[in-house]
Write a protein that binds this ligand. Structure first.
Ligand code: UD1
Length: 367
C-alpha cells in the first residue's frame, strides 16, 4: 500500500484517458497502482479511438482493466475528425464532471486531444512516456508528443534521452521524473501467464523457430508500392524462417488479394497474452511499432525496425533493436546475422523492472 497523504480531504479526482491499443497496455499498471488508494479517485475515460474487440475489448479483459467509467465512442476518422470529436466530447464531460488532474499516456491522437482540452480548462496534466522524440515531424505521433509535452505540467520519462529532450526544451528539472517504463510493467506481470499460453502451438510453430512481423505505420503501409516491397522481403525471409504476421486493421485493407504463402502466415490482430507469448518465444521480430521495440528489448529478442528513426533510442544503444529503415537488403542481412547467432545481445534498460507505475503513484499521491 502507498501512503495516503491527505486522508481527511475530499478525494482528488484524476481522469485517466485511454483510446488506442498501446494506451491500454500502459494504463493497466497505473490503474492497478492507483485504484483503491484513499484520497484518490480515478475516472477512466475511453475515447473509443480503437473500438473493435480485437483492438480494445480483449486488452481490457486480459490486462484486468475495469470497465471504463466514461466511453466517448468517437471511432475512426481523419486525424482532424478524430481529434475534434474527442475534444468536443471530453470537454463536455469535464465541464460537467470536473477533475483535479489529467493523466495521459503515450502519443496517440487521444493523448493529444485530451491534453488540449485539459489545458484549456486549466487542469494540470501528467504525461506518462513524456519526452520521447523521433525528430521526424512527418510522424503523427511526433506532433502528438510535442504538443502534449508543450501543455503538460509534469513529465514521467521512460529513458534518459527523454529527460534530456525535455530539459533541452526548457522544462523545469523538478517537473521531470525518470520512473521507468509502464509498458514493461504489464510485460513483467503477465509474462508467466503468456508463456503458459504457448500460443505458437495454435499456429503450428515451434518455440525459437519462427519470426513475428507487424506493420501499421502509414509510411510503410499506405503506399502500395512500398507495402509490396516489404511483403516481398518478408516472403523471402519466410523461406528461411516462418513468419507469423498479425495484421492490423489499417494494413488488412491494403493487403486484400495477397496470395497465401507458407512462409508468411497472416492472422487477425492478436490479444495481449497471445502476442506476448509468441514474441517471447520468437527467433526475431520485424516491426514498425514503437512499443514492440521496447518489449523485445525487455525480452532480449532481436528486433529489426522498419523505420528511419526511433523516439526510443535506448532500445538501439542498449537493447536488442536495430533500425533498418527502408533498406530491405539490410533487413535481410540482419536477419541472417540473427539466424547465424551473430546478432548483438542487448541488455534491459534501467528501471524497466515492473515498478514504474508504483513510482508514478507515489509521486501523484504526494501532491
Ligand atoms: C494508432 C496510433 C498509433 C499506434 C496505433 C496502435 C495515432 C495517430 N496513431 O494508429 O500511434 O501505434 O494506434 O494500433 O493515434 N480500425 C479498426 N478497428 C479499431 C480501430 C481502428 O478497424 O478498433 C481501423 C480503422 O479503419 C481506422 C484504422 O484502423 O481508420 C486506423 O486506426 P487509427 O486509430 O486511426 O490509427 P492506427 O493506425 O490504429
Amino acid at each position: 500500500m502507498l501512503a495516503d497523504s491527505r486522508p481527511s480531504e475530499a478525494p482528488k479526482r484524476i481522469a485517466l484517458v485511454v483510446g488506442a491499443r498501446p494506451n491500454l497496455v500502459k494504463a493497466a499498471p497505473l490503474l492497478h497502482a492507483l485504484n483503491k488508494q484513499r484520497g484518490l479517485q480515478v475516472v477512466m475515460v475511453h475515447t473509443g479511438q480503437h473500438y473493435d474487440d480485437a483492438m480494445s475489448g480483449v486488452f481490457l479483459r486480459q490486462l484486468d482493466i475495469r470497465e471504463p467509467d466514461v466511453h466517448l465512442r468517437v471511432g475512426s476518422g481523419s486525424h482532424a475528425e478524430q481529434t475534434a470529436r474527442i475534444m468536443v466530447r471530453l470537454e463536455r464531460y469535464l465541464r460537467q464532471n470536473p477533475v483535479d488532474r489529467l493523466l495521459v499516456v503515450g502519443d496517440v491522437n487521444s493523448t493529444l486531444a485530451a491534453s488540449l482540452v485539459a489545458a484549456k480548462l486549466c487542469v494540470p496534466i501528467d504525461h506518462v512516456e513524456a519526452g520521447l522524440r523521433s525528430g521526424d515531424r512527418r510522424m503523427p505521433e511526433e506532433i502528438n508528443r510535442l504538443v502534449t509535452d508543450s501543455v503538460a505540467s509534469r513529465f514521467f520519462a521512460s529513458e534518459p534521452a527523454a529527460v534530456s529532450n525535455l530539459l533541452s526544451e526548457g522544462k523545469d528539472a523538478a517537473s521531470i521524473h525518470h520512473v521507468g517504463n509502464v509498458m514493461i510493467d504489464s510485460l513483467v506481470r503477465l509474462l508467466p501467464a503468456a508463456k503458459r499460453r504457448k500460443a505458437w502451438r495454435d499456429h503450428g510453430l515451434r518455440p525459437g523457430q519462427f519470426a513475428v512481423a507487424t506493420l501499421h505505420r502509414p509510411a510503410n503501409v499506405d503506399d502500395p508500392r512500398r507495402l509490396q516491397l516489404l511483403v516481398d522481403a518478408l516472403q523471402r525471409i519466410g523461406k528461411r524462417v516462418p513468419i507469423l504476421f498479425p495484421v492490423h486493421p489499417r494494413t488488412r485493407r491494403r493487403l486484400r488479394g495477397l496470395r497465401p504463402d507458407p512462409g508468411l502466415r497472416l492472422t487477425p490482430p492478436l490479444g495481449y497474452l497471445e502476442f506476448l507469448s509468441l514474441m517471447s518465444q520468437s527467433r526475431l521480430v520485424i516491426t514498425d511499432s514503437g512499443g514492440i521495440q521496447e518489449e523485445t528489448t525487455a525480452l532480449g529478442i532481436p528486433c529489426l525496425t522498419l523505420r528511419e528513426t526511433t523516439e526510443r533510442p535506448i532500445t538501439v544503444t542498449m537493447g536488442s533493436n536495430t533500425l533498418v529503415g527502408s533498406d530491405l537488403a539490410l533487413l535481410e542481412a540482419k536477419t541472417e546475422d540473427v539466424l547465424a547467432g551473430r546478432y548483438k545481445a542487448g541488455r534491459c534498460p534501467p528501471l524497466w523492472d515492473g515498478k514504474a507505475a508504483r513510482r508514478i503513484a507515489t509521486i501523484l499521491l504526494g501532491d
